[in-house]
Structures are given as structure tokens and as C-alpha cells.
Design a protein around this ligand. Structure first.
Ligand code: GTP
Ligand code: MG
Length: 360
């Protein structure tokens, strides 16, 4: 989207160049030549105006890419131990030990290993955020840990989670949990998963399986190793410099501090003082905090950060984009709000039509 010209935009949207130029003038922008590259904000505004759905994608062409930690989502059936496993993993982090435990629940946390490597985990309920982000084409999750209780075995939501990951093309690492239990039967889980078409590594596939117990902490190091290995295979990299793009995993209203959004930085570096548009909200970053609640001046790729300074509450799955000025931020936020309203009305009228149809 970045650097698109009016001519290209006309081609993509099927709207005439003349009409696009009018819209651009209407949003208060100058039009010199239809061959001049448009800023990404203007391109988005204009596209929304003509009813085209857009997804912002900053070009990484020519940018220096650096290795980044993996972002992992834990999924699985009810009561299979997702929360327990996350808590146990959280406690293995070096930083958590230094800080005397992580008390903040930000919707995401980083496990730093003694080796210096780290993994970012999206907290449960990551399910909703995962689905919301996938629906918007923003796959922030690199790897899914599929938790299956060794005593209970594969259940409906296990399969649902599996399907989610597969549709999103996100690799799975299986954690067979509750292996401390007498009734645990990890072998049965393996067979069940194999029957469901998951290509486990013991059977010649490439899906790693680790036996763990969130209760006794058995196998947590093995799980972390498996995740690091999977991340290495994927060769995860991100652009560090330049405008940041991030995704909201959780948002809440704090009495004193106002709307707070926890976001995972996808690329670039988020910096205090920047004007941002988050979903259809906007603001200026007043402070950035890490998962230990420490104020920091910037957020780098795969880092969960808590952003303060928004005017309204965004939603999980919303994108965070950096814009040049307050004016741009307001404009883009307004444009997105209008688009949302338009879509809502459209949907409402479609529903009405359906009701009329069935009443005949
Ligand atoms: P929902 O969020 O409700 O879907 O559940 P969950 O998947 O987060 O499971 P949770 O961590 O809440 O654990 C469910 C129950 O299983 C709790 O009573 C845990 O104490 C227990 N549990 C979790 N992990 C283990 C384990 O490794 N061993 C044993 N014995 N019990 C476990
Ligand atoms: Mg839970």
C-alpha cells in the first residue's frame, strides 16, 4: 500500500482517477500528479471513502531485518490446563524471578531464558484475540501450543483449535499436559492426534510433541526448547527501524490512566510521543510499559507493550499504526469510524432484508 500512486489506486479500486482526486482534495490533501506516490494514510482514507477494504502493509523492501522472538498462543480444550501452563511458563522466566514474580496481567508476557533467548506468549483468553486478528488478516501468532490433557485426551475444542491453527497456516507444537496424573495416557493422545491427521514427529511428521505437567513443572524446559527450535526453523525476522505496526491483544479502561492497550509490536519500533491510530481510536503515546510494568521509551518487535494515551478504548485484534501528526490521527480515526458505521448499517439492512424474505 505504501507509495501507491493515484493511477495504481484507481486500477485497484476500479474508481476513476478524477473521483479519487476529488476525494483526496476533500480530505484536505494536495494533489500534484496522479503519478506521485500517496502516503499510506491518504491511500487508506481514500480507499475507505470508496468502500474498499484495506489492509495496511508497510513495505520491508530494502529494510534491515533482524531476528525476533516467536509469538506463541496457547490453545486447547476447556480445563486442559492452558492457564496453569501459562502461569508455570511465566514463572520460568529469568526476568520474572528477578522481579519477584510478574503480577501484571497484560494479555501477553515474555519468557526470557538463561540462554538469552526469549519467547512471547499471548495470555489466555488468547482465543478471542487470535480469531479477531485472523479475521482481519493479521496473524500475530507464529506458533500455537496445542494443550491436550493426558487423562482426558482429544476433545471437541482440541480439534477446533487445531483447525484454527491449520487454516491460519500456523505451525503447532503439542503439549500433552497433566502427565503427573496416574490416569495420564500420553500414548493414547498421540494416537488420537495422529488419527485426526496431525503429522507428529514420532510418526515421521514435523509436529513436535512434548509431555508436560503444569502442576509439577515437568517438561517445561523441553516445551520451551521445542518452541525455540520451531522458531529457528521459521527464521523469524522483523524490521526494527521505521514506522511501527502493532496489534492489540487486550484493552482496558484504567480509572487513573485512561484507556490502556496491550499490543504486540509486529515490526518497527514504537516510541513514546508518537501519534497513533488504533483500530478506529487515536491518541498520542504518553507512556509505554513492559510486561513488568516498567516504563520504557520504546517497543520492539515481538515485545508486548502497554500503551497509554489513547482517547478511546480499542478492541483486541485492532492494528496500531503510527502517523505523522495529530491532524492525521484524527482524520484516519474519523475515517475508520465512518467506515465502521457504514458497515454496521449495511449489515443491519442486510439482516432486515433476510427477515423480510423469511416472512413470506
Ligand atoms: P479454561 O480456561 O477454563 O478453558 O481451562 P484451562 O485450560 O485454562 O485449565 P486450567 O489451567 O484452569 O486447569 C484446569 C484444572 O486442571 C485446574 O484444576 C488445574 O489445577 C488442573 N491442572 C492443570 N494442569 C495440570 C497438571 O499438569 N496436572 C494436574 N494434575 N492438574 C492440572
Ligand atoms: Mg484458563
Amino acid at each position: 500500500f505504501e507509495g501507491m500512486t493515484i493511477v495504481e489506486l484507481a486500477k485497484r479500486t476500479g474508481v476513476s482517477i478524477r473521483h479519487l482526486q476529488e476525494i483526496i482534495v476533500n480530505v484536505g490533501e494536495k494533489v500534484d500528479s496522479e503519478f506521485d506516490p500517496l502516503s499510506i494514510d491518504i491511500a487508506e482514507l481514500v480507499s475507505m471513502e470508496v468502500g474498499v477494504n484495506v489492509r495496511r502493509q508497510h513495505s520491508d523492501e530494502g529494510a534491515v531485518l533482524q531476528p525476533r522472538p516467536a509469538v506463541v498462543t496457547v490453545m486447547g480444550h476447556v480445563d486442559h490446563g492452558k492457564t496453569s501452563l501459562l502461569d508455570a511458563l511465566r514463572q520460568t522466566s529469568v526476568a520474572a524471578k528477578e522481579a519477584g514474580g510478574i503480577t501484571q496481567h497484560l494479555g501477553a508476557f515474555v519468557v526470557e531464558m538463561p540462554s538469552g533467548a526469549s519467547i512471547t506468549f499471548l495470555d489466555t483468553p488468547g482465543h478471542a484475540a487470535f480469531s479477531a486478528m485472523r479475521a482481519r488478516g493479521a496473524a500475530v501468532t507464529d506458533i500455537v501450543v496445542l494443550v491436550v490433557a493426558a487423562d482426558d485426551g482429544v476433545m471437541p475444542q482440541t480439534l477446533e483449535a487445531m483447525a484454527h491453527a491449520q487454516v491460519a497456516n500456523v505451525p503447532i507444537v503439542v503439549a500433552i499436559n497433566k502427565c503427573d496424573k496416574l490416569s495420564a495416557d500420553p500414548e493414547r493422545v498421540r494416537i488420537q492426534l495422529g488419527t485426526e491427521g496431525l503429522l507428529l514427529e514420532d510418526l515421521g511428521g514435523d509436529v513436535q510433541v512434548v509431555q508436560v505437567s503444569a502442576k509439577t513443572k515437568l517438561g517445561l524446559d523441553k516445551l520451551e526448547e521445542a518452541l525455540l527450535l520451531q522458531a529457528e526453523i521459521m527464521d523469524l525476522k522483523a524490521r526494527i527501524d521505521g514506522p511501527s505496526q502493532a496489534y492489540v491483544v487486550e484493552a482496558r479502561l484504567d480509572r487513573g490512566r485512561g484507556p490502556l492497550a496491550t499490543a504486540i509490536v509486529k515490526s518497527g519500533t514504537l516510541v513514546c510521543g508518537q501519534y497513533i491510530v488504533v483500530g478506529s481510536e487515536w491518541g498520542r503515546i504518553r507512556s509505554i510499559r513492559d510486561m513488568l510494568g516498567r516504563a520504557t521509551s520504546s517497543g520492539k518487535p515481538a515485545m508486548p507493550v502497554e500503551i497509554e494515551g489513547l482517547k478511546g478504548l480499542p478492541m483486541a485484534g485492532d492494528d496500531v499504526v503510527v502517523v505523522d501528526s495529530e491532524e492525521r490521527a484524527r482524520m484516519l480515526s474519523n475515517g475508520r469510524k465512518k467506515k465502521l458505521e457504514k458497515d454496521r448499517l449495511l449489515k443491519a439492512s442486510e439482516e432486515r432484508i433476510e427477515i423480510e424474505d423469511t416472512s413470506e
